[in-house]
Design a protein around this ligand. Sequence first.
Ligand SMILES: [Zn+2]
Length: 171
Amino acid sequence: MNPKYPNNIPSLIFDDFKFITDASLGRLAKWLRILGYNTVVFPNQAGREMLRKAATEERIVLTRRKDMTERQFSGRLFLITGVDIASQLNDVIGKYSLKVDQQKMFGICLKCNEKLYPVDREEVRDLVPPFVFENCTEYNQCPRCHNIYWAGTHQRNALEFMKKHIPSHLP
Ligand SMILES: [Zn+2]
């Protein structure tokens, strides 16, 4: 192997992908956050400004707009052609070999894209419904919106969705 051109770069190097999506791909962005990938939704129309933000923050552009592929951009851009969320998600996971890993999932605020941090059960006593407090021991909180997350119905539903729609990517 020529050391100057390694052909088996460990995949770990590429595992920390960050994304930016069109405003119309909010659902895809939410799913990427569920999987643990830092993803922002660009609020305005996709264009030069979006590419500039992507370049500055080293994000991969996920867009539905074909004309975006014709623009000059040195970063990575992937055209989303699927209409339903399952095919969009499968395409992105396949394209970048994203890790669908329970360790990585549910660690980001779905609303703010902030990394959650663990909080003590006692601290959330008055902040979550009593039945949740009784049944759940581990909680995470968003540093921005202060929303509390726990392993509940939402996570189970998300896992059910994954089993149904992205089975080939599950561990
Ligand atoms: Zn939040």
